[in-house]
Design a protein around this ligand. Structure first.
Ligand SMILES: NC(=O)c1ccc[n+]([C@@H]2O[C@H](COP(=O)([O-])OP(=O)(O)OC[C@H]3O[C@@H](n4cnc5c(N)ncnc54)[C@H](OP(=O)(O)O)[C@@H]3O)[C@@H](O)[C@H]2O)c1
Length: 233
């Protein structure tokens, strides 16, 4: 389905992005994974048997994003699955510098990627950003995450109109059994599992399938695909 397509996965060195890269490869695409750490990228590439190209980029740096797209050249689809160090403290206790840095990577990082990707995307290509269920349901300690995810969904809806016929969509994951667990958060998330309608956390491959759907569906734009095991029911 994706043969002759070139797909960039920014945040593809682990978690959901890694699973997107895997499924894009399985579908016959040429895949580039990008993130900040060359070590993590090379370790991921090894798991793919060397069949992906790696590119180092920090999405907090606009010039680095511009240079990244110039190096990569024309491509078909962009997936952004960036997860910054997420502040999960109570609203009144959050350090604004930490919240700002997270917002800068997750929201503004995706904004920079979308803005500078456009002129490199081939006709019929698309952009898929990532939000998260905290945009739609509130959890104590997640105010900053809620705000950056909701901002991402609002951005996608707005730019889908401006950039059409280029398609821009979002995947909104629920709680995932991540392979790079964050200490502290992992216990909190695991405790949630029994309260979820499907009684378990999601798998990265289950979330990744939504990105593949959005790459391929030429009539989807401005959409949010929620894959959350029923959390927001
Ligand atoms: N996991 C969940 O339960 C869950 C739930 C809801 C939403 N989400 C969303 O889904 C997305 C993926 O989450 P995940 O759990 O799969 O994440 P993850 O495994 O932690 O992977 C995050 C990726 O982002 C890269 N990254 C972080 N900061 C970056 C930066 N400034 N520039 C470039 N790359 C950067 C990381 O690599 P480097 O460290 O090398 O940069 C890594 O490749 C995130 O947007 C997250 O908020 C996840």
């Amino acid at each position: 389905m994706l043969s002759n397509s070139k797909i960039l996965v920014v945040g593809g060195s682990s978690g959901i992005g890694f699973a997107v890269a895997q499924q894009a490869l399985n579908a016959g695409a040429e895949v580039v994974i990008a993130s900040r750490s060359l070590d993590k990228l090379q370790a991921a590439a090894k798991q793919f048997g060397g069949s992906v190209t790696v590119e180092q980029v920090d999405v907090s740096d606009e010039q680095a994003v511009i240079d990244f797209f110039a190096r990569v050249g024309p491509f078909d689809h962009l997936a952004a699955t960036i997860k910054p160090h997420l502040p999960s403290g109570k609203f009144l206790e959050n350090d604004l510098a930490v919240v700002g840095a997270a917002f800068d990577a997750k929201f503004w990082g995706q904004y920079r990627l979308a803005k500078h990707a456009v002129r490199h995307i081939r006709p019929h290509g698309s952009i898929v950003l990532t939000s998260g269920v905290a945009a739609r349901r509130s959890y104590p300690g997640y105010s900053a995450v809620s705000a950056m995810n909701a901002a991402t969904e609002a951005l996608v809806s707005a730019i889908a109109i401006e950039l059409a016929p280029l398609r821009v969509n979002t995947v909104c994951p629920g709680f995932v059994d991540a392979d790079t667990p964050i200490p502290g958060r992992v216990d909190y998330v695991k405790k949630l599992a029994p309260s979820l309608p499907l009684n378990r956390l999601g798998a990265t491959k289950e979330i990744a399938a939504a990105y593949l759907y959005l790459f391929g569906n030429a009539y989807s734009t401005g959409s949010v695909i929620v894959v959350d095991g029923g959390v927001t029911c």
